[in-house]
Ligand binder design. Structure first.
Ligand code: ADP
Ligand code: ADP
Ligand code: MG
Length: 542
């Protein structure tokens, strides 16, 4: 047992090697008998950005409700909640004492960016301008609209915005407020890397203005690293209990998370470490071509978006990464390769069997997950399929659920499984990281990588998470141009050249963490940033 329960664990909990100190104490909050329990709280600090790194369902929103004064923690005594004074007593002498006193006295104002921006159109009827106009408490809205490139959609209905536009509007609405405590539950979904970096800089600047505290949940580790001053790792058993650690430095927090071992807590949270290649990117030895595609052009009509693709080769058994800003034609290219769209220029006939996972996953028919997946492959349920697909994608717990009832992350995992389960020559995954939490991203990356290696499969992956790309891809196909107007794809190239071309367009360089080799975004105009730009080494710097 993990030590919480005297008898057999009711939660089917993960194996806990060492009992953490937190679990020997009472939780901060327990929703009820055998219900979710939260141990530990993040500590908001004025003038700083505090991050939380951990899976969904681990108690992050619960913690924020407490810090916002909306939920009075019961210190584990759900039958007779002791109230705020007892909570204050419990935190006397800790870093949270002053903050909790203010919450008890109703003195903390909170602005919040919800996790699922897709829900906003269901709650708000109107256009962007109307949504934003009541939020301008600091007189900063115009600048936010400008920097987040929201102007073109100011008069558009909220229900007509793309995911990326909705995300930026929601972030602007939160940051325009005048609050003591800002909580942003994920800032990167649907945003490209340039937009992610912009949002991170805006959040940092607001914190640095002085007495505001920012708390951010984020699953893109490169952005989390850029964004935060300190970091809490959250671990436990999603849905059963969650532990929020004491604050760590961002560097240590991420490194320990990747290592799968928390130093101070003396706690293993994952069996193996996640490693990055230190100096040279992966090189592909095999060079047989799976398909050679010609130079192609495709436009959606006069004055509409047009795409020009240079001729290129997709190699057998490689993972080809595809990167570029939003609205640049990546999905259009995927559809050309999948044969779902015909080019205007360039003959491209292929008898390749392509398995395609689209960016936006629509599920229209009600059907159980297991029924759906067994309709795709005869392999369903075999030990091989279970090892390669079901286990890394954590499908066992949702097998009996209905497709229409799944959360965004669950739906994504089922869609990845469905794509990889097909009998195909080429597997094409459009934004597999969307909606996945950090743990699921790692597992999905591994599953895809392993699948390519063990099945001799050729895989194309479009994604904005640069760590995922680094871990996954053998070569890169880079898109540039002017989003929504015209796009251009050069030939697939090696990781080093590809990252250099892609990041030069973005003006962002990465250095390597000394201890782990993990890439970290350089401060703009820092010595390393200038030096690497001069050398033309944007990512795999020596
Ligand atoms: P996260 O934000 O990390 O995804 P939450 O704090 O939203 O996690 O939820 C943690 C767990 O607590 C989940 O299993 C959720 O189902 C459960 N939970 C949330 N609110 C309640 C509630 N009011 N009553 C009982 N359980 C709840
Ligand atoms: P990416 O995947 O790089 O974000 P897409 O290939 O989805 O880009 O889209 C490129 C541009 O083409 C966008 O401006 C998009 O609005 C536009 N577009 C995509 N599909 C259509 C279509 N069927 N008709 C008209 N415009 C489209
Ligand atoms: Mg796309």
């Amino acid at each position: 047992t993990c030590g919480i329960c005297v008898e057999k664990c009711p939660f089917d909990a993960i194996e806990i090697i060492n009992l953490p100190q937190e679990l020997q104490d009472e939780p901060v909050h327990r929703y009820g008998e055998n219900a979710f329990s939260l141990y530990g709280l993040p500590i908001p600090i004025e003038g700083q950005v505090t991050g939380i790194l951990g899976p969904n369902g681990i108690g992050k929103s619960t913690a924020v409700k407490i810090l916002a004064g909306e939920l009075t923690p019961n210190l584990g005594q759900h039958e007779e909640p002791p109230g705020w004074d007892a909570v204050l007593d419990a935190y006397r002498g800790t870093e949270l004492q002053d903050y909790i006193r203010e919450v008890r006295d109703g003195e903390v104002s909170v602005a919040r960016k919800p996790q699922y921006v897709d829900q906003i159109p269901k709650q708000f009827d109107g256009n962007t301008r109307e949504l934003l106009e009541h939020t301008d408490e600091r007189g900063a809205l115009d600048e936010l609209v400008e920097r987040l490139s929201i102007s073109p959609v100011m008069d558009q209905g909220i229900d007509e915005l793309s995911g990326g536009e909705l995300q930026r509007v929601a972030i602007a609405a939160c940051l325009a407020r005048d609050a003591d405590f800002y909580f942003l539950d994920e800032i990167t979904p649907y945003l490209d890397i340039g937009q992610r970096v912009t949002v991170a800089r805006i959040v940092r600047e607001l914190a640095e203005e002085g007495d505001r505290s920012m708390l951010v949940v984020e699953h893109d580790l490169a952005i989390l690293d850029l964004l935060c001053d300190n970091l809490h790792v959250a671990y436990g058993e999603p849905g059963a209990y969650g532990v929020i650690t004491s604050p760590k430095s961002v560097r240590n927090g991420i490194n320990e998370y990747l290592a799968g071992y928390l130093d101070n807590e003396n706690m293993r949270i994952r069996p193996e470490a996640i490693g990055f290649e230190q100096h040279a990117p992966r090189t592909v030895s095999r060079a047989d071509s799976l398909v050679e595609y010609p130079a192609m052009e495709k436009s959606y009509g006069e004055d509409a978006f047009s795409l020009a693709v240079e001729r290129g080769t997709i190699r057998e058994e490689e993972v080809l990464g595809i990167v570029g800003p939003n609205g640049i034609g990546k999905s259009t290219f995927a559809k050309l390769v999948a044969g779902k769209l015909a080019p205007d220029e360039g003959e491209f006939e292929t008898d390749l069997e392509v398995a395609y996972k689209p960016q936006y996953i629509e599920i229209d028919q009600p059907m159980r997950v297991d029924v759906f997946l067994s309709s795709i492959t005869d392999d369903f349920g075999s030990s091989h399929w279970n090892t390669e697909i079901a286990k890394p994608l954590q499908l066992s717990r949702i097998m009996e659920q209905n497709l229409v009832d799944l959360s965004g992350g669950e739906r994504q995992r089922v869609a990845i499984a469905a794509c990889l389960s097909k009998d195909a020559d080429l597997f094409l995954l459009d934004e597999p990281s969307a909606h996945l939490d950090v743990e699921q991203r790692v597992l999905a990356t591994r599953a895809i990588r392993r699948y390519a290696e063990t099945q001799d499969a050729t895989v194309m992956v479009i994604d904005h998470d640069i760590y995922m790309m680094d871990l996954l891809a053998d070569r890169l196909l880079v898109f540039d141009g002017e989003p929504a107007h015209h796009g251009h794809a050069s030939q697939p190239q090696g990781m080093r050249e590809g990252m250099n071309e892609f990041l030069a367009n973005l003006d962002v360089t990465f250095r390597r963490d000394e201890r782990t080799g993990r890439p970290r975004i350089n401060k703009p105009d820092s010595q390393l940033d200038r030096q690497q730009k001069k050398q033309g080494e944007y990512y795999y710097a020596p």
